[in-house]
Design a protein. Structure first.
Lengths: 334, 404
């Protein structure tokens, strides 16, 4: 079998057209213009793997090199001698579209599983095994920051505050001992009627929310939702999940261009919104079971939601909360 | 820049001058280029020895610019780089690499890397021949494992005590130049073109200067020395590289780098001036204004990065070879912007295609000028290079590719 290609003498960049001949007995000769320049046995040569339709080199042992693009003929000769089965298999895998689509399915599934289950599970396990001091320091710092930038001290009448605090205190007392929670009142300013749960177990209720509520049971319903966040450690899980995800996407997409690192931002945003909606649903379920256990009508929560302005609408896949309709349906409102 | 006026004055004894020049790190061409420059001072004015003596003379005098001197040369063999890979072919290799990496829990990544680089290199052709990448995946796997182990140990040390974390950070900082040199040496040692390997001199001291001490100086000078430092870094990268036994040499002058950075600073200065005039006082910052300012920085990035790449290639020589690079800021920005859109809209499936078209564009902008052809290069004898440096460099994210 004869292959056309180029021959480079040992240690030289001078190129000459040459022919490589492979004989039945496995011996190989390289000839330049009919003159033999090298002889060897095929099994002793180092032949680089075939990758796509690129030129391959045959290292002739003495430092000389034969380079050829006649990949099929070379592969046929190697197959005849029973050499290099694994590299040929790899090339066959890489050159078939159906196989490529199969691998695409594997990669797609792995990516989906990592994002949908792997990262959240890892974050959950980490959040529950970290000592309370980590949660506390994270939450305390966040509260200090919020106090400085957003909130103002509560302006509610002290009688209202004490009445609500006593009601909330009974709720907190029923939690498991390892779940601590403290209710704090703040003037929400631009956050409006709202309630927040911080990783430290601090639950912040804004004055605006208290004023919006028509009776205390509605506030208890909202607080039950926030306690759901505390019990499930959503604060720390949120932080862990998002940083793991960002790290993962950055490592996968890093190819050095400035713009591609920007492009990572959008998918990160989408997945983060999804994670956040999952947390909200979990907290909603907690609130629902709490309210049912206490004999409070869950519709209180739905009524409260419907009264908070700007609760629904917008792009659902970018939103951090499930739609108000979906949540109201869960609590049997409307 | 090294001035040697005192030595240049002593023209009576040329052999000793040449010996001293060689020990002082002057180009080892030992050619007319050196003797033409010597009387006029700086090493940076040396013209490639392949030029006719009169062109070297006028250029060295500073009477004509580099481009003008070269334009006057008789027509010589010029070869355009080309990238012949196709997106569909790369897609299959890419997805199989990813899939096998997932299935083998990351172990296949070493093979994936070698196959990808090999495919890329072999499709990069100039003068009718392709480059090749010859690293052994087993070595890369070993380097990767060591690097990951060190990363885990260093991050755990950081968790335990703050003092140990400081020590680890300091050690990493000190190891930076070492990693750069080893990573570069490994990459170039395994780059082959026409049966001749590239190589990289392991000058750790120079690396420490270029990547640890000079950047500190740039910081102290509030960025005023930045162009000078970038030149020193490129000079380190180019001057230590060789093709077979033929060393590369960078002839650029600091002034040329300052010109590039001044040009790059213009859009930012215009943007900041407009910002100061239009966005004043307590009014909340509008999104469009912020975007416009960001765009100024992006423009500046593309101007500087393409102009630097062009400048470095144009001033690089290897023996008789010289290069011409014609990247344009608009060309590169358009390609990368459309790449980004394509990647987002295709959920990453067009990533291989975007890599191929970037490689095609970059290759199409590069030419090699070879007056004596590409046949006369000789391989050097050398020992093998460890993969540890390259993989450690990757793990700690210090990749300093000058872009082949």
């Amino acid at each position: 079998m004869r292959l056309r290609g180029d021959y480079y003498a040992p240690g030289s960049s001078r190129r000459t057209a040459a022919e490589l001949e492979i004989f039945r007995d496995g011996s190989v000769t390289v000839a330049v213009r009919g003159e033999r320049v090298s002889t060897a046995r095929l099994s002793e040569l180092r032949i680089t793997d075939r990758i796509g339709e690129t030129a391959r080199t045959v290292q002739l042992g003495d430092g000389g090199v034969f380079e050829t693009t006649d990949n099929d003929a070379l592969d046929a000769a190697l197959a005849e001698q029973g050499i290099g089965r694994a590299p040929r298999l790899l090339h066959r895998i890489e050159s078939r579209w159906p196989i490529a689509l199969g691998f695409l399915a594997i990669v797609g599934f792995a990516a989906w599983w990592t994002v949908a289950h792997g990262v959240p599970r890892l974050a959950e396990r980490a959040a529950f095994s970290l000592p309370p001091s980590v949660h506390r320091s994270l939450g305390t710092r966040t509260l200090q920051m919020l106090d400085r930038t957003v909130f103002a001290p509560s302006a509610l009448p002290s009688a209202t505050r004490e009445r609500l605090a006593a009601r909330f205190a009974t709720m907190v007392r029923e939690l498991e001992p390892e779940d601590e929670a403290h209710v704090q009142f703040r003037q929400g300013k631009r956050t409006g009627p709202n309630a927040f749960a911080l990783p430290s177990g601090d639950v912040i209720v804004t004055d605006e929310l208290v004023e919006l509520a028509e009776d205390d049971d509605e506030l208890v319903a909202v607080l039950a939702h926030e306690l759901g966040h505390v019990v499930h450690r959503h604060g720390l899980r949120h932080a862990l999940q998002n940083s793991t995800l960002a790290l993962l996407l950055l490592t996968l997409s890093a190819d050095g261009t400035a713009i591609s690192s920007l492009a990572v931002g959008l998918p990160t945003l989408l997945v983060e919104a999804r994670y956040s909606r999952d947390f909200e649903r979990e907290a909603d379920r907690y609130a629902l079971s709490y309210l049912s256990a206490q004999g409070i009508d869950p519709a209180h929560f739905a009524r409260m939601l419907s009264r908070i302005p700007g609760g629904s609408g917008g792009l659902t896949f970018l939103s951090t909360h499930p739609s108000t309709d979906e949540r109201a349906a869960l609590f049997g409102g409307r | 820049m090294r001035f040697v006026r005192s030595e240049a004055g002593n023209r009576s004894n040329r052999t000793s001058l040449r010996a001293r020049a060689a020990s002082a790190g002057w180009p080892r061409h030992g050619s007319t280029a050196y003797f033409v420059c010597a009387p006029y001072g700086a090493r940076d004015c040396c013209a490639p020895k392949s030029w006719p003596v009169h062109a070297q003379f006028w250029y060295s005098l500073g009477a004509v610019s580099f481009e003008a001197a070269r334009a006057d040369l008789p027509a010589v063999e010029t070869h355009r780089f080309e990238f012949t890979g196709r997106g569909a072919e790369y897609f299959r290799i890419w997805i199989v690499n990813l899939g096998l990496t997932v299935v083998t829990l990351g172990i296949y990544s070493a093979w994936a890397k070698v196959r990808t680089l090999r495919w890329m290199y072999r499709h990069t052709r100039v003068g009718g021949a392709a480059f090749d990448y010859t690293a052994d995946p087993w070595k890369i796997l070993r380097g990767r494992l060591i690097a990951v182990g060190l990363l885990v140990v260093s991050s755990m040390a950081g968790e335990l005590t703050p003092i140990l974390a400081g020590v680890v950070a300091l050690a990493l900082f000190a190891a930076g130049p070492w990693l750069i040199v080893l990573s570069r040496a490994f990459r170039l040692h395994h780059t082959v073109y026409r049966n001749v390997r590239f190589g990289f001199a392991r000058e750790f001291g120079q690396a420490a200067k270029a990547y640890a001490i000079y950047p500190l100086l740039a910081l102290i000078s509030l960025g005023l020395l930045l162009p000078r430092v970038r030149l020193a870094q490129f000079r380190f990268m180019v001057d230590n590289a060789r093709y077979g036994t033929t060393p590369f040499h960078l002839l650029a002058r600091p002034l040329e780098f300052y010109r590039v950075y001044l040009l790059g600073a213009l859009p930012i200065l215009v943007g900041l001036a407009a910002w100061a005039l239009l966005v004043s006082g307590d009014r909340p910052v509008a999104m469009p204004a912020l975007t416009a300012l960001g765009a100024c920085f992006v423009v500046s990035y593309y101007v500087v990065s393409t102009a630097t790449t062009n400048l470095v290639w144009r001033r690089t020589s290897a023996g008789e070879l010289s290069f011409e690079s014609t990247l344009t800021p608009l060309g590169l920005a358009l390609i990368q912007a459309t790449n980004t859109v394509a990647i987002i809209l295709s959920a990453g499936l067009l990533l291989p295609w975007t890599r191929v078209r970037t490689a095609r564009y970059r290759a199409s902008c590069l030419r090699v000028i070879a007056p004596g052809g590409l046949d006369g290069f000789v391989a050097a004898r050398e020992a093998a290079v460890s993969a540890l440096g390259e993989e450690m460099g990757e793990a700690f994210d210090v990749d300093f590719d000058v872009g082949f």
